[in-house]
Write a protein that binds this ligand. Structure first.
Ligand code: NAP
Length: 251
């Protein structure tokens, strides 16, 4: 692969890489030429095997992102693996569903700690390296609830709206230092994260009816956007939250 989307020689770190969108993004970056450090609570065996079969270098870094404590270690282990860190994809995320009047502090903290706090401290740790290198790409996985309110997901909406703001803040601070910070806002994709929606036939159909493309997304359909924002093709792209949503936001 040649040209502005080529990631040959780049070293990427992808969180939540064992399943769903994180797995698809890690594989897309490897397909474009990157070596990839996979951050996962479990072994991420399938992602690792797929990337190794492409002939790329791949490592698994074990970490629980419910606290910010592993952030510095993850970046250090990525650099130990690849010699540098060129790309960070903050993908790990979780969700809790309850009516706002019943929402607990535990469900608030569980989501904010993974989706926002860890994402920030990982970006900080990676950003320090990238600023020293004079180059780097950070891609945050946001959500349509970075733009919209949603329902019964108070901490998720707060975290993803916060992540969009953080993307813009970091872009403003680091754009002049050669570091691009952007986000992808996936629409409705079939993954573990949306299993409760898919199982609720009425809700599934209601969502489907609003998607101009007429279908839910498959994780692999996010790969192109992740490669773009991780590549030199996006060198002058800073602080955007790019919907990949079958046209949902256009409606
Ligand atoms: P998923 O398959 O459930 O992936 C979530 C990933 O985050 C998993 O790898 C999970 O690891 C990891 N994770 C959660 N809590 C963690 C923790 N405490 N420490 C370390 N890793 C943790 O669902 P997904 O849809 O691919 O979600 C990926 C990202 O996309 C999330 O940020 C989500 O909010 C976002 N997103 C998804 C959709 C959609 O329609 N699916 C839409 C918008 C945004 P385990 O497997 O170990 O739990």
């Amino acid at each position: 692969m040649n040209g502005p989307f080529d990631l040959t020689g780049k070293v990427a770190c992808v969180t939540g890489a064992n399943s769903g969108i994180g797995r698809a993004v890690a594989e897309a970056l490897a397909q474009a030429g990157a070596d990839v450090a996979l951050v996962a609570r479990s072994g991420a065996d399938e992602t690792r095997a797929t990337i190794a079969a492409m002939g790329r270098r791949v490592a698994v870094i074990g970490a629980d992102l419910s606290s910010a404590e592993p952030a510095a270690r993850i970046v250090e282990e990525t650099v130990a693996f690849g010699g540098r860190i060129d790309i960070l994809v903050n993908n790990a995320g979780t969700i809790r569903r309850a009516d706002a009047v019943d929402f607990t502090e535990a469900d608030w903290d569980a989501v904010m700690d993974v989706n926002l706090k860890s994402a920030f401290f990982l970006a900080q740790a990676a950003g320090r390296r990238m600023i020293a290198q004079g180059a780097g790409k950070i891609v945050n996985i946001a959500s349509l609830l970075s733009f919209q309110g949603g329902i019964r997901v108070a901490s998720y909406t707060a975290s993803k709206s916060g992540l969009a703001g953080l993307t813009r803040l970091l872009a403003c601070e680091w754009a002049g230092k050669g570091v691009n910070v952007n986000a992808i806002a996936p629409g409705y994709f079939v993954t573990n994260n949306t299993a409760a929606l898919v199982a609720d036939t009425a809700r599934y159909e209601a969502i489907l009816a609003r998607i101009p493309a007429g279908r839910w997304g498959e994780p692999g359909q996010l790969g192109g956007a992740a490669v773009f924002l991780s590549s030199s093709a996006a060198d002058y792209v800073h602080g955007v939250v790019l919907p990949v949503d079958g046209g949902w936001m256009a409606r």
